[in-house]
Design a protein around this ligand. Structure first.
Ligand SMILES: [Fe+2]
Length: 732
């Protein structure tokens, strides 16, 4: 007998007396395996046990059993096709079964190939139907698994609690795989090994243990070994029988503890290269092995769980990080708040300080401005004081004070009033006033404002003179006044005069500061005036002393009596004619008087010698210019005068003495003195000669002009001599 296995399994409900032989003739054994059922009950049993591809129902003998048999087949969940057969005379019966759902019919006398074809065709239809059903079921299961996975994914994406995720995973695996045991192992990074989730306390109770026998926890060893291998390989695995399972842990004796692991599947919990653990399911409740579909399911659940765990760990880390960060942020925030508060306080303090500083700055700025003004004014006063202090001439000084005061105070009129011999104030000098007013004004002590200041010795400011017009103290001054300042000029506590300033230029009144400035200026002016007065007095006193000496000289030398005065007169007239300055004329005035002072130390025997002088005597005479210079040497202010005295015997052609200077080396003042000296000497007698007439003297001057004398100077003298008054004086 060949090992050929028939393609199709046929279940035949045969009729009594059977048609077995006839069937076997038309149904090749190599194609069909026939199983016979003799009654309905037997048919039902065989339908469930053998799962025939086709059922053949013999209708050779009409019977109620035929219908029962047919219904029994049709009641199956996925009934195999029923082919009815019988003799041709039963065609009607066969057709009736066709109407009620039989697949087709055939007759025993039909062509076997046709019958075989029909049966194969029916079997094929049934196979397809079964396959469809299987696929539909698989699809349902797949859909179910997918649904479970989807729900698992959704749940895991919203659950952030590891206990719930692990429990959810275990429930889903058990429900999807319908297994006896399911374990989840977590890889502990620190331990470097897998830890049963139950031992971590994450799972609620031990639901997977309910179906286990007492002591079956020992089977954990197998499951743990499977999980470890799965984690090592990183892939899902399937172990279909106990032999394969036993290889996982050879030393473990299966079944010794009342339980056995018949099959199992594993899935790693990995995300990328990270190994988080493994999932193990064992022993299907229906006793079957796990399928590839189951492996797919557990792998999917594993991936979902791994992702959830990974997210959880990230969250944990993130939470931890967040917590730390939050703590740090809180600390930083607290610190910042504290600092902010501190800063705010500092800011407030700063603002307060700034406000005070601004106020102080403004105050200082104001004061600075005032100070600057005052410094400027004091600077002006200082300059004015220096100018005033450098002026030693009374008249010049007073004029200077008037000008500087007017400039400083922008006053329309300024006047200096000094006490006269009567103790009244008269205007010494003024600017802005007519000479009529100046000459007419005389104020008694206590009279008017200036008289009050003279008497009281105090400065006064009157901003609006009009308001006191009736008692206008200065009405006698005859000039209109709007506002005025009047300060005393005090020397050693005594008032010698007053300094007045009236009416500010451009309008407006004087104020206290102006009064203050004028008071200071008045103090300087008073001192300067007193100094100048003293200086002038000293100078005049000194000059008088010298003049007395000169007079003494001239008194002992009768020949030269009045000579110095004459020289002075001639010289001053020439100076006027030649347009010399006041200073130059001052020099001439002194030099004219003092030019021969040196002769005081020369013996009368020489100066009065009637005859011709010998060389020694002449030499002695020639010394008098230098002697005169030495006599006056201590007097500083006579410096230009001393030069004149020293050189009054020099001649323009260089033939003079004591130095033999030439014209350009001799001052104009000296050249004038020299001509006057010679002219006066010529027209007066001397011990050694008689006086020349003016005409002779003029001729002599003309002759010597350009050589001994300066031509221009001689020319000026000649003009003067020609003048009537001079002529008159000369004749006189
Ligand atoms: Fe002389």
């Amino acid at each position: 007998m060949s090992q050929f296995k028939p393609t199709l399994r046929l279940l035949v409900r045969r009729s009594p007396g059977g048609q077995d032989e006839a069937l076997r003739k038309i149904l090749p054994e190599r194609i069909f395996e026939l199983e016979m059922a003799d009654c309905v009950d037997e048919l039902e049993i065989m339908l469930k046990g053998t799962e025939p591809d086709v059922v053949l129902l013999d209708l050779s003998i009409p019977s109620l059993d035929n219908k029962k048999s047919f219904d029994a087949v049709r009641q199956m969940a996925l009934p195999p096709p029923v082919l009815v057969f019988g003799p041709k005379e039963n065609l009607s019966l066969l057709s009736n079964f066709i109407k009620h759902g039989a697949h087709s019919m055939f007759f025993l006398e039909d062509d076997p190939d046709v019958v075989t074809h029909n049966i194969k065709k029916a079997a094929e239809m049934h196979r397809l139907a079964k396959e469809n059903e299987h696929l539909r079921t698989a699809l349902d299961q797949r859909n179910s698994a997918v649904g479970i996975l989807e729900r698992l994914g959704e749940a895991m994406s919203t659950v952030f609690d590891m206990r719930r995720i692990l429990n959810l995973t275990l429930k889903v695996v058990r429900r999807a795989l319908d297994c006896e045991m399911c374990s989840l192992y977590i890889y502990d990074d620190e331990l470097g090994s897998l830890v049963d989730a139950r031992d971590l306390g994450f799972t609620e109770g031990r639901p997977q243990m309910e179906l286990w026998q007492p002591g079956s926890r020992n089977r954990d060893a197998i499951l743990r070994a499977a999980a470890q291998e799965c984690l090592d390989s990183g892939k899902p695995a399937r172990f279909d029988n106990s032999d394969e399972v036993s290889k996982l842990l050879p030393e473990y004796e299966q079944g010794h503890d009342g339980g056995q692991v018949n099959c199992l599947i594993t899935a790693p919990l990995t995300v990328g290269s990270r190994k988080l653990g493994a999932l193990v399911a064992a022993n299907r409740l229906d006793g079957a092995s796990f399928s590839d579909r189951d492996k797919d399911v557990i792998a999917s659940v594993g991936r979902q769980t791994a992702l959830a765990l990974s997210g959880m760990r990230s969250l944990d880390r993130e939470d931890s990080f967040q917590e730390k960060l939050s703590a740090q942020v809180q600390v930083a925030t607290d610190s910042l708040k504290e600092k902010n508060l501190e800063l705010k306080m500092r800011l407030q303090e700063k603002e307060e300080s700034n406000r005070k500083i601004r106020e102080m700055a403004k105050e200082i700025a104001d004061k600075n401005s005032s100070l600057e003004d005052m410094v400027k004014q004091f600077s002006v006063i200082h300059e004015v004081s220096q100018v005033i202090g450098s002026e030693l001439e009374d008249e010049k000084l007073i004029r200077r004070i008037i000008v500087e005061t007017g400039s400083l105070l922008q006053a329309e009129t300024v006047s200096i009033m000094l006490k006269d011999s009567d103790g009244c104030l008269i205007i010494k000098h003024a600017e802005g006033l007519s000479s009529e007013i100046i000459n007419a004004t005389k104020v008694s002590p206590g009279e008017g404002i200036s008289g009050w200041v003279l008497e009281e010795g105090k400065p006064i400011l009157v901003k609006d003179v009009g308001s006191i017009k009736k008692e206008a103290p200065d009405k006698k001054t005859l000039y209109h006044t709007d506002s005025l300042l009047c300060v005393p000029l005090k020397i050693k506590g005594k008032v010698s005069g007053v300094l007045n300033a009236t009416n500010r230029k451009g309008g407006g009144s004087f104020d206290e500061r102006d009064l203050f400035l004028l008071t200071i200026l008045g103090n300087h002016a008073a001192i300067a005036i007193e100094n100048a007065r003293l200086y002038t007095a000293i100078r005049e006193s000194y000059f008088k002393t010298i003049k007395a000496l000169v007079n003494a000289v001239e008194a002992k030398d009768t020949w030269t009596k009045d000579h110095s005065d004459n020289v002075t007169n001639y010289s001053l007239k020439m100076a006027d004619y030649l347009g010399l300055s006041e200073n130059q004329k001052d020099t001439i005035r002194y030099a004219g008087v003092l030019h021969d002072i040196g002769k005081i130390v020369i013996s009368n025997s020489i100066t009065d010698k009637p005859g011709k002088l010998d060389d020694d005597e002449w030499a002695r005479i020639k010394e008098h210019p230098l002697i005169g210079q030495r006599i006056l040497d201590p007097i500083d202010y006579l410096e230009p005068v001393k030069v004149c005295i020293q050189t009054h015997h020099e001649r323009c052609d260089g033939s003079g003495y004591p130095f033999g200077l030439r014209a350009h080396e001799i001052s104009l003042e000296t050249r004038i003195i020299s001509v006057a000296d010679a002219f006066d000497a010529m027209i007066h007698s001397r011990p050694y000669r008689s006086a020349l007439s003016v005409g002779e003297a003029v001729a002599e001057l003309k002759r010597s002009a350009g050589s001994q004398f300066d031509s221009a100077v001689v020319g000026s003298l000649l003009k003067i001599i020609e003048a009537e008054e001079l002529e008159g004086e000369l004749h006189h």
